[in-house]
Design a protein around this ligand. Structure first.
Ligand code: AMP
Ligand code: ZN
Length: 465
């Protein structure tokens, strides 16, 4: 069965057919590095990770590029507020971003180009747009003239007339000096507020707009036309719409064939916001003792086009699912002797898993196939009908499916964070005070978060279950 993706451009599920047989070239909008990524950002990066892993599982050679936005209004504001130079501020968060990827088991893309390393190339692209008559200048800034690109709005299916007046409220107020409210900045002339952040270029003193970096770096690393472009739904307009305009106006070629957008993550049914105090970073959750793999499960297990609701109850359920998989693996490893070889069950599971993901990455269908397999094999084990060959085949299947999801492998060994060590200490104190009810409740809480407590001659020890 062919892979089918929902293409935002056509609003339809389409058979995936890359430009070059067997190869996929994909670009995903990366983090703006002025802060730690929140779990909403990570949901989007996780969906993109599932996508690349699945394409690889299906035999494609994947070339995936993700940009690092390391110059931008919010970053400059952070520099101004903290007094920290741009480079040192962004370097810190680039490092944090890669640490987060590792913690969550997100595979590395093939390249992570940073905007500030491509200023010269952006200047060239803007010059091309200028030569072709797509720009105009206002006070040293350069704008894209949207009236020269009548196809604008194709991706977001936007009502152009509504946009034109600026009545939609979506147009940045700092674009008031443009000829038309829809026009956007390619190059921003230096203003005092930018402090030390500027480049002296053929276009004058200033810095690039945000949109041009993605056109420039995607085409540099993947070619003028490539297969897949992803991002969170908020990137669709105006960012991706502007990318299409810049790229296609410059090259005359179709820019991207399949646009995939992930829906947003909410926390306890509410939008993440500073005022609600519900913006979680990965670090916040790990420091509380939550298992990164359970966080991975919670972030990956809702279909990418459905808004996902992160809850602590959901996180506990994810940990329970992981505990079931851990116990299943342990039981399989203990099987000896002859019995069922599971050839048919493995095939049925893997086929159902693949068919679900072929259908626009239907992850719930794929997970359901695995749980059905686990249930069937557990039944065989209860009746002592499973043989060693079958047990090995089941473990090999889990490992193959783990390569796609990062959910079914053997548990990682991991050091317990302080919050967990504090609980262990509290349990000791409860035991000493003969409050066994409290001590047992703590043991249960540890288990729910995926930690196994062992009382040894040297005292209690916890390990990741
Ligand atoms: P940023 O660092 O703001 O440039 O965002 C990085 C990525 O995270 C982009 O693809 C955004 O669309 C995505 N994103 C931002 N907020 C959320 C959210 N609440 N849920 C899912 N994705 C998000
Ligand atoms: Zn982008």
């Amino acid at each position: 069965m062919p892979i089918r993706f929902f293409n935002t451009l056509t609003r339809a599920k389409e058979t995936f057919d890359p430009l070059e047989a067997g190869k996929v070239r994909m670009y995903t909008c990366g983090p703006t590095v002025y802060n730690f990524a929140h779990i909403g950002n990570l949901r989007t990066f996780m969906f993109e990770d599932l996508l690349r892993r699945y394409l690889k599982y299906r035999g494609y050679a994947v070339h995936h590029v993700m940009n690092l936005t390391d110059v931008e209004d919010k970053i400059i504001r952070a520099c101004r507020e903290t007094g920290e130079p741009l480079k040192s501020l962004t370097a810190k968060y680039v490092q944090a971003f890669f640490e987060d990827l590792d913690t969550l088991g997100i595979e590395r893309a093939e390249a992570y180009p940073a905007a500030t390393d491509h200023i010269g190339e952006m200047v060239e692209l803007i010059k091309t747009l200028r030569e072709k008559g797509h720009t105009y200048d206002v006070d040293g800034s350069i704008y894209f003239k949207l009236s020269t690109f009548p196809q604008y709005g194709r991706l977001s299916h936007f009502d152009m007339e509504q946009l034109k007046t600026g009545a939609s409220g979506r147009v940045d107020s700092d674009e008031y000096e443009t000829e038309d409210a829809r026009d956007f900045a390619l190059w921003k002339a230096y203003v005092e507020d930018d402090g030390e952040v500027y480049w002296e270029t053929e276009l004058g003193k200033g810095r690039p707009g945000w949109h041009i970096e993605c056109s420039c770096m995607s085409m540099k690393y993947l070619g003028e036309s490539f297969d897949i472009h992803c991002g969170g739904i908020d990137n669709m307009f105006p960012h991706h719409e502007n990318e299409i305009a810049q790229s296609e106006a410059a090259t005359g070629e179709p820019f991207v064939r399949y646009w995939l957008h992930s829906a947003h993550l909410f926390v306890e049914n509410r939008k993440m916001s500073k005022s609600l105090g519900n913006i979680y970073t990965l670090r916040d959750l790990v420091a509380k003792g939550h298992n990164p793999r359970a966080i991975r499960w919670a972030l990956i297990s809702t279909h990418y086009r459905q808004p996902s609701n992160f809850t602590f109850e959901g996180l506990a359920a994810a940990q329970e699912a992981l505990n079931r998989i851990r116990d299943f693996r342990i039981r399989l490893a203990e099987i000896k002797g002859d019995g069922a070889d599971l050839a048919a069950e493995v095939e049925t599971c893997e086929r159902a898993f693949g068919e679900a993901l072929d259908d626009d990455l239907n992850i719930s269908g794929a997970l359901a196939a695995v749980f059905e397999f686990i249930r069937d094999v557990n039944r065989l084990m209860e009746k002592s009908e499973l043989g060693m060959a079958g047990a090995h085949a089941a473990l090999a299947l889990l490992d193959r499916l783990d390569a796609v999801t990062g959910l079914f492998g053997a548990p990682d060994s991991e050091e317990a964070p302080q919050a967990i060590l504090d609980l262990v200490m509290e349990r000791q104190q409860a035991r000493r005070a003969k409050d066994f009810k409290r001590a047992d409740a703590i043991r249960d809480q540890l288990a729910a978060e995926g930690w196994i407590l062992e009382d040894t001659a040297d005292g209690p020890r916890v390990k990741r279950g």
